[in-house]
Design a protein around this ligand. Structure first.
Ligand SMILES: [Zn+2]
Length: 201
């Protein structure tokens, strides 16, 4: 419950900030470059979280609401692929990590297309306060991002030594992944590609 309130406040604050604050946020947020995406990984205790911020184009091939049933199907397949996290991230088996939660967000896609429809209360609240800013993540040229977050619980986090990122295989439009990782061993950055897709620590 507490977490839900924080999420909502963060969302509202984001929508209400003025132009100056927005440009600061834009600098903090990843630049929108097609073919590139950003992944933040944090291992804290038994909790492993991965957060992806990607141009929608990398994952879907377009960056707007689907215009026909075929595009709707494509968006639903993308969401299903992103929810099957076991196929996107290969974690050291001995760590015993199990997926607990996946959240998908995009200003261009409805909750239904993202498979978030079950989360009705939160979505309604967002709509109430967020409606005038619905396209915050979409810039004037019509670009849009997809934000995904995955939460794992790892029974033996000390055994977790590597993550192979298989997003490249599922999404050929993704060429470069800029990673920021925080583990008990410290923080580090890495640039991963289809040929060099494993993060170790
Ligand atoms: Zn774009």
């Amino acid at each position: 419950m507490k977490q839900g309130i924080c999420t909502t406040i963060a969302f509202c604050a984001c929508g209400l900030l003025g132009a100056t604050a927005s440009s600061v946020l834009a600098q903090e947020h990843a630049a929108h470059v097609h073919g590139e995406a950003h992944l933040d990984m944090a291992l804290e205790g038994t909790a492993l979280s991965l957060q992806l911020e990607s141009p929608l184009d990398n994952l879907l091939g377009f960056e707007r609401a689907p215009g026909n049933p075929a595009e709707e199907d494509k968006a639903k397949r993308m969401s299903a692929t992103l929810r099957a996290a076991d196929r996107l991230f290969a974690l050291t088996p001995a760590a015993g990590c199990a997926l607990e939660k996946v959240t998908l967000e995009s200003s261009a896609l409805t909750a239904e297309l993202l498979g978030e429809a079950g989360n009705a209360t939160e979505r309604e609240h967002e709509h109430e306060h967020g409606a005038p800013h619905e396209h915050d993540d979409e810039d004037e040229a019509g670009h849009a991002d997809l934000d995904a977050s995955w939460q794992f619980h790892c029974a033996r986090p000390e055994a977790l030594r590597a993550v192979e990122i298989r997003l490249f295989h599922s999404f050929p439009g993704l060429h470069t992944l800029r990673v920021r990782a925080a583990t008990p061993k410290g923080q580090r950055g890495a640039t991963l590609t289809p040929e060099n897709r494993t993060l170790t620590w």
